[in-house]
Ligand binder design. Structure first.
Ligand code: PLP
Length: 421
């Protein structure tokens, strides 16, 4: 037999979202070089690393240049000093973990994409719609059957476990793997304790495993009380340790998008057919991964020190204030949105103003994500990310982010306020 390609790749939809955004912006800039465009679609951070983290890297680099302290290959699961630091971080949320339940990664994206390796290829997947594309595309690449839980305005973009699909005989069919992301990218919606508990109960009842992406947990506002508050970790929910894997990242929390470091937690209680998923992941990582770099892990360790935590919170406060500026503007304009709180993302309804010819009055009428994208670009000089690019249920919405500079965020908010009013 000759070599064959993985034909599952042909099932992927064209990943044209960000390239199409870039193409339209470039075309507009070429036609209107005098206009200043503000990019509010970026998902990358803009604040530099705090000095305490840089110092940790400098020190680690010097260690690497000294024969007495040089390090070669490290443990694939991460150095004990960092796993201990992560363990201490969980303890603050009341979650007790063993160090060997924590796996240090080179960021959450690779682990989210690779986790499927430890499950049977026949396992089906449930994702929310709209969705962070990595869950969907990696599931499709593996040939898995995918179903969707629609996140809509009616459920506040925090969908509950859906009714089961039915097989040919009318028997209920439940998903085997469930990707959840809270606070969510792209919608910014954050599930409260009650809502997350419903998912945990559902998973336990039907033998599903929740793959919980906590990449934005650092944005959670502790003062929230509705529904029992917003959990930082799914393991704050009783019973979650036997049905959930958690992924986290230092990318948005501490500006590690370029450095690359995250962690994945698989509790020992999590067993399928008597087999520990932690053990399978250990085996998988030992075989396919050689660990994040020593220098990066020392930088990550600094994030969890008292000084590091303080510096990181400074940057987070900056982004939170940006989000509040955008959210306040939308409140003033009476435009529906989610996020802006507990999240760097603002997911707003596409309602451009339309002047009524006869009366001269103005009404905001709904339109598609791409039409709204074009209007914001051309009429306001602000770039968002069209919601339809994250799934069909994202149609009619656009995502703005709080990762820009304060100056640009304020200018964008002023322009949008003038536009909508
Ligand atoms: N999960 C979500 C929901 C994200 O939005 C992102 C990055 O944008 C990631 C994971 C990836 O994080 P990392 O940079 O650690 O790979």
């Amino acid at each position: 037999m000759a070599a064959k390609v993985n034909h599952n790749f042909s099932m992927l939809s064209e990943s044209y979202l960000f390239s199409e955004v870039a193409r339209r912006v470039a075309a507009f800039e070429k036609a209107h070089p005098e206009r200043e465009i503000i990019r509010m679609g970026i998902g990358d951070v803009t604040r530099p690393l705090p000095p305490v983290i840089v110092e940790a890297m400098v020190h680690a680099s010097e260690e690497m240049g000294d024969s007495a302290t040089f390090r070669g290959y490290g443990p694939e699961q991460g150095y004990p000093f960092l796993r201990e630091a992560v363990r201490g971080y969980y303890r603050r949320s009341g979650v007790e973990l063993d160090v060997d339940e924590i796996f240090i990664s080179d960021g959450a994206k690779s682990d989210l994409g690779n986790i499927g390796d430890i499950f049977d290829p026949a396992c089906s997947v449930l994702v929310t719609d709209p969705v962070y594309p990595v869950y969907l595309d990696t599931s499709i690449m593996s040939g898995r059957k995918v179903s969707y839980a629609a996140a809509t305005r009616e459920n506040h973009f925090r969908p509950a476990p859906p009714d089961p699909e039915r097989d040919a005989d009318g028997n209920p069919v439940y998903p085997d793997l469930i990707f959840l992301c809270s606070p969510n990218n792209p919608t910014g919606a954050a599930m409260n304790r009650k809502e997350l508990s419903d998912w945990v109960c559902y998973a336990k009842e039907h033998g599903s495993v929740i793959l919980f992406d906590a990449a934005y947990e650092c944005f959670i506002d502790e003062t929230e009380t509705e529904g029992g508050g917003i959990p930082h970790s799914i393991y704050e929910i009783p019973g979650a340790k036997s049905c959930a894997i958690e992924f986290c990242s230092l990318s948005k929390k501490a500006g590690f998008t370029g450095l690359r470091c995250g962690y994945t937690v698989i509790p020992k209680e999590l067993r399928l057919d008597g087999i520990s998923l932690r053990d399978l992941w250990f085996r998988r990582q030992s075989t396919r991964f050689n660990g994040a770099s020593y220098i990066t892990q020392r930088a990550a360790e600094a994030v969890f020190t008292e000084e590091g935590e303080k510096a990181v919170q400074e940057n987070l406060r900056y982004y939170r204030e940006n989000a509040a500026i955008l959210a306040g503007m939308l409140d003033d304009c009476g435009i529906y949105y989610t996020g802006g709180k507990h999240s760097p993302y603002i997911w707003m309804e596409c309602r451009p103003p339309v002047k009524m010819a006869a009366s001269g009055s103005q009404e905001n009428l709904p339109c598609t994500s791409w039409d709204f994208f074009d209007r914001l670009l051309q009429e306001v000089g602000v770039v968002g990310t069209p919601g339809s690019g994250f799934g069909t249920a994202g149609e009619g919405y656009i995502r703005l982010t709080a990762f820009s500079t304060r100056e640009k965020t304020e200018t964008a908010a002023e322009r949008l306020l003038k536009y909508f009013r």
